[in-house]
Design a protein around this ligand. Structure first.
Ligand code: RIB
Ligand code: CA
Length: 309
């Protein structure tokens, strides 16, 4: 049994990562979910997280995190995820409860009390994680590793050089990558290969309540991806959960990853320092290959499990 804390900014792919992690209670125990301003404002991504958790009758503590980055103003991604941050499905109203306590104290208290070391799953800008590491350094002893979607060694998406999650809060990303904690980085090098085809999306329609929700999410996401030149849909955030469930479907290599934090053209660029300097701690396992069929099959099977619950 692996214990997880999931930090996210739903977001279509965040939602699919959440659903997949919920579908495997025999392997994954989700201690809590926190939200972070990113794809949309904190209010909107938190509402989206409530909608997803309520949709599958989850009973997982949900806490609002930071409004935005440590230093920079918040950049959102309505062009990719729509005005709500998760356009497509209609959820209606729900009253999924929010933890009243501050996320920092709640997250620290919960992870500290965990019976085993916890895996941090980071699916948005890294603001919340950086704040926790800085505020409560002793929390490091309770973290097994960080599985994050973010960055890219060869290219970007929000700019030619930077991936969105890192671009939004590069200072937070620098704190996390330099923490020395073990990190598994699902950057664009692998997530853009972790794509679902239009035909595979179509097969989800009407299959079951949760499969159909995924169909509605992916239909919007696929359409919006066309503006960026995508025909199929990379499910970026799902890689960070799929790695925990089935690491063998991925390949990668250890690197020392650094982040550019200035406001120039390279803001948010993540690069692998490949010098042979022995003092460099290669703490980040950068994924660069995925078995796409196994990846999509994991999603489909996870949705089927939730359909039949
Ligand atoms: O660049 C992809 C990342 O940005 C994903 O986490 C997606 O949800 C958006 O937040
Ligand atoms: Ca995300």
């Amino acid at each position: 049994m692996k214990q997880l804390w999931i930090d996210c900014d739903p977001g279509h792919d965040d939602a699919l990562a959440l659903l997949t992690s919920i579908a495997h209670p025999e392997q994954l125990s989700i201690l809590g979910v926190s939200t972070i301003g990113g794809n949309q404002t904190l209010e909107k991504v938190t509402k989206n997280a409530q909608n997803v958790l309520a949709f599958v009758n989850a009973e997982i503590p949900l806490v609002k995190g930071e409004e935005g980055p440590l230093v920079k103003p918040l950049s959102t991604a309505a062009e990719a995820h729509g005005d709500s941050g998760m356009d497509g499905p209609y959820f209606g109203e729900n009253t999924y409860p929010l933890v009243k306590e501050s996320f920092l104290h709640y997250m620290y208290k919960t992870i500290s009390a965990a019976s085993e070391k916890v895996i941090l799953v980071c699916l948005g800008p890294l603001t919340n994680i950086a704040l926790m590491l800085k505020t409560f350094p002793d929390i490091r002893e309770k973290i097994e590793y960080i599985s994050l979607m973010g960055g890219g060694i060869t290219h970007g998406n929000i700019t030619p050089l930077a991936e969105f999650n890192i671009y939004v809060d590069p200072e937070a990303a620098q704190i996390v990558f330099r923490s020395g904690l073990p990190i598994v980085m699902s950057g664009l090098d692998v997530t853009e290969k972790a794509e679902i085809t239009v035909e595979e999306i179509q097969r989800l329609k009407g299959k079951g309540k949760v499969s159909n929700l995924a169909y509605e999410l992916l239909s919007f996401y696929n359409h919006s991806g066309r503006q960026f030149g995508f025909v199929n849909s990379p499910i970026h955030d799902l890689c960070a959960v799929a790695y925990i469930l089935q690491p063998d479907m991925f390949e990668g290599a250890p690197h020392t990853v650094e982040v550019i934090t200035d406001d120039g053209l390279a803001r948010g660029l993540t690069f692998a320092d490949k010098r042979t300097n022995v003092t460099m701690v290669k703490n980040t396992f950068v994924l660069d290959e995925v078995n796409r069929e196994a990846f999509v099959q994991l999603l489909i099977q996870s949705l089927e499990i939730l359909d039949n619950k």
